[in-house]
Design a protein around this ligand. Structure first.
Ligand SMILES: Nc1ncnc2c1ncn2[C@@H]1O[C@H](COP(=O)(O)OP(=O)(O)OP(=O)(O)O)[C@@H](O)[C@H]1O
Ligand SMILES: [Mg+2]
Length: 242
């Protein structure tokens, strides 16, 4: 019998609502184990961002279990969750346009107690040399790809164990998307677990080992990414085949 390693992140029966009427998540269960790249795919409005927000502490679940490294997250403030080692690169990047690259990165480390962040800066500039060359440039004047890199760099400043990315490829040219996914792979090889949300199902399935398919607030499929890529229903609905 092989022992499954315990989940790093675990969601069990999670429900989330906006106001009284909009049921965005209807009993979502999933897990991400240490070292994995796990993808979550689904169409517009499926609830992908809602899952990310619920995990990051930006939205409280109506009910259900959300656990990170064995600790229950609901009720914890977002900065405490970040200090536990969980960072989110939000949908639409959300960088600070009027702050410089350096200041944006500094914001990513606000939850840290360490004073010396030179290792983190070196790491970010090693992964994203372009940011190193543009330290004093305002975030808002960076290209879309550079802004995505800055958002990822900012999340890495918190030295996460689990990096969650919400639609990193959105609005970017294919060559830039290639670059972003190369870096995601690199970050994972360095030991960071990755949980990735994408509408770009092909990229997400290629980059991950396991994946979940979300439809209107419910997980409708969960399997190895390679198996999902061969699944006719997934091909038809998400990969533009047939
Ligand atoms: N702040 C909000 N108030 C009310 N309804 C919301 C809010 N945010 C999201 N919703 C609704 O919840 C559902 C899930 O939205 P969510 O943003 O999680 O989807 P998504 O899968 O991330 O979509 P997309 O691919 O377009 O980013 C949608 O029906 C959306 O309209
Ligand atoms: Mg979204």
């Amino acid at each position: 019998m092989t022992m499954k390693p315990p989940a790093m992140l675990e969601l069990d029966g999670v429900h989330a609502v906006y106001g009284k009427k909009i049921r965005a998540l209807k009993g979502v269960s999933l897990e991400v184990r240490a070292g994995e790249v796990v993808a979550l795919i689904g169409n517009n409005g499926a609830g992908k961002t809602t899952i990310m927000k619920t995990v990051a502490g930006l939205l409280q679940p109506e009910k259900g279990v959300v656990r990170f490294q064995g600790r229950d997250l609901p009720g914890m403030p977002p900065d405490q969750i970040m200090r536990m080692g969980l960072s989110l690169v939000p949908e639409g990047r959300r960088i600070f346009p009027r702050l410089t690259v350096m200041e944006n990165l500094e914001m990513g480390a606000y939850s840290r107690r360490e004073k010396d962040l030179s290792r983190e800066y070196d790491h970010v500039f090693h992964l994203f040399p372009v940011l190193g060359k543009r330290r004093q440039q305002f975030g808002g004047t960076l290209s879309g790809g550079e802004q995505q890199m800055l958002a990822m760099g900012r999340a890495l400043m918190a030295a996460p164990k689990l990096l969650m990315l919400d639609e990193p490829s959105m609005g970017l040219a294919p060559v830039v998307v290639d670059k972003i996914f190369e870096i995601i792979e690199l970050i994972n090889k360095e030991g960071v677990t990755v949980f990735l949300v994408e509408q770009n199902a092909k990229r997400a399935l290629r980059a991950s080992s396991r994946a979940y398919v979300l439809e209107t607030g419910e997980i409708v499929a969960a399997a190895d990414s390679a198996a999902l890529m061969r699944d006719p229903a997934v091909q038809k609905a998400y990969l533009g085949l047939h």
